[in-house]
Design a protein around this ligand. Structure first.
Ligand code: KG4
Ligand code: ZN
Length: 353
C-alpha cells in the first residue's frame, strides 16, 4: 500500500501548480496516482522568436494564465476548493519570477482554506511522473533526462533517493537544444531533432561516444561540438559540389539521426549497467527528454529482450513539465523540497558510489 494512505474512504486529493519555466500548469490528482485533471498552457510560441525562454516574459505570462488553468482544472475534475485536501507547488529549481506565481497562488489557497501546503522539488516531480496511472513502487532506478539535468537516481524508497551518476557538463536536453539551434532548426530543438531522426540514416556521420571516469556519469559537450563540426564540414562540402543528395535538409536529417543514436545508446548502456550493479529490476525514465521517441523505442526494445526487467515510461503528457507530477511527488514525498538540493544538485558534495 502506498505511503500516506488516508484513513478516510475518500482518496487524498492534491491540487498542484507548476510554473518553474515556460509552462503554466494545474492538476488535481487523487492518491498520488489517479489524475482527475491536468491542464497546461504552453508559452512556446511566445519564446520561439527569441530561440529560448525569456525569464521576464515567462513570469508575466504565468500571471496571465495561472487563474485560467486553476479554474479549468477544478472544472475538469468536477471539484471545488472544498474538495481539495492539500495544495502543492514547485518551489525550485527554476526561474524565480516564474516560480513565485505558482508557489504564491498555491500558498494563498492553502491559507484561505486552512489546508496544508506542500512545496515540491521540480526534479522529484519528474521522478514521480512515473507513479501517475501506474503501479510502480520503489525500489527502482530512474534515468532523469531534462533540459537542465541528466542523472541516474536510485529511488530506494518513497522518500529516499540516491544520486548514482550525472552529466559532467551539458544536460541531454540542453545538448539537443544547442545542436538543433546551430543546425538552424526551429525552437524547441529537442522534438525537432527527434522528428528528423526518425527518417535519417545514423551511419552517414559517425560521432564519438564520450568516456567518463565515473561508471554512471555522462558527458555530452564533446558530442555536441563534434556534431556541430560535422555539420559545418558537410555543409561546406555540399555547397561546393552542389549535390542534391547532400542538401541542407538531408544533412540535418542524417546528423539528427546520428546524434540521437549516440545519445540514446550512451543513456541505455549506463542505465542498464547501473541497474544491474544495484540489482534493480525496475527502470523508469523521466524528464522532458523521456518524450523522445527514439529513446522510448530503444529502451522498450531492450526491455522486450529482458522479461525479468520492467520499464516504466511516463505518458507523453507527463514527460515535459506538468502539474500532475508535482501532485504525485507531494503525495509520496511531502518533504522532498528540504532534501532535494542534496540529491539533485549538479556537481556538489554528492553521496556517490
Ligand atoms: O523537463 P522539461 O520539460 O524541462 C526541464 O525541467 O528542463 O525538459 C525540457 C527539455 C528541453 O531541452 C527539450 O528540448 C527536451 O526536454 N525535449 C526533448 C523532446 N521533447 C522535449 N528532447 C528530445 N526529444 C524530444 N522529443
Ligand atoms: Zn522539468
Amino acid at each position: 500500500m502506498a505511503r500516506n494512505q488516508t484513513m478516510t474512504s475518500q482518496p487524498f486529493r492534491i491540487l498542484a501548480l507548476e510554473s518553474s519555466c515556460d509552462d503554466t500548469a494545474a492538476a488535481i490528482v487523487e492518491g498520488g496516482r489517479k489524475v482527475r485533471a491536468s491542464v497546461r498552457r504552453s508559452q512556446t510560441a511566445l519564446h520561439a522568436a527569441f530561440g529560448g525562454v525569456i525569464p521576464e516574459a515567462a513570469a508575466r505570462a504565468h500571471i496571465g494564465a495561472v487563474n485560467e488553468v486553476l479554474a479549468e482544472a477544478l472544472e475538469n475534475a468536477g471539484c471545488t476548493l472544498e474538495d481539495i485536501d492539500a495544495f502543492a507547488a514547485t518551489l525550485g529549481p527554476g526561474l524565480i519570477g516564474s516560480l513565485l506565481v505558482g508557489a504564491n497562488t498555491a500558498k494563498t489557497l492553502s491559507f484561505l482554506t486552512s489546508k496544508p501546503f506542500i512545496g515540491v522539488h521540480h526534479l522529484a516531480g519528474h521522478v514521480a511522473s512515473n507513479y501517475l496511472d501506474s503501479t510502480l513502487e520503489p525500489p527502482f532506478l530512474c534515468l532523469l533526462v531534462s533540459g537542465g539535468h541528466t542523472q541516474l537516481i536510485a529511488v530506494e524508497d518513497w522518500a529516499r533517493m540516491r544520486l548514482m551518476g550525472q552529466t559532467l557538463d551539458d544536460a541531454v536536453g540542453e545538448a539537443y537544444d544547442k545542436v538543433a539551434r546551430a543546425m538552424g532548426l526551429p525552437y524547441p530543438g529537442g522534438p525537432e531533432i527527434d522528428r528528423l531522426a526518425a527518417t535519417g540514416d545514423s551511419k552517414v556521420y559517425p560521432l564519438p561516444t564520450a568516456r567518463t571516469e565515473g561508471a554512471y556519469d555522462f558527458s555530452f559537450s564533446g558530442l555536441k561540438t563534434a556534431t556541430l563540426r560535422t555539420f559545418e564540414k558537410a555543409l561546406h562540402c555540399s555547397s561546393s559540389r552542389d549535390d542534391e543528395a547532400t542538401t541542407l535538409q538531408q544533412i540535418q536529417t542524417n546528423l539528427s539521426a546520428a546524434f540521437q543514436h549516440t545519445v540514446v545508446e550512451t543513456l541505455l548502456v549506463k542505465t542498464v549497467r547501473c541497474a544491474n550493479n544495484l540489482g534493480y529490476q525496475q527502470i523508469a525514465i523521466a524528464g522532458g527528454v523521456s518524450a523522445n521517441r527514439g529513446l522510448r523505442e530503444r529502451f522498450q526494445r531492450w526491455a522486450a529482450e529482458k522479461p525479468e526487467n520492467s520499464l516504466y515510461l511516463p505518458q507523453m503528457s507527463y514527460c515535459t513539465d506538468n502539474a500532475a507530477m508535482i501532485a504525485a511527488a507531494a503525495y509520496f514525498n511531502p518533504l522532498t523540497h528540504d532534501w532535494g538540493e542534496e540529491v539533485f544538485s549538479r556537481n556538489q558534495g554528492l553521496d556517490k558510489v
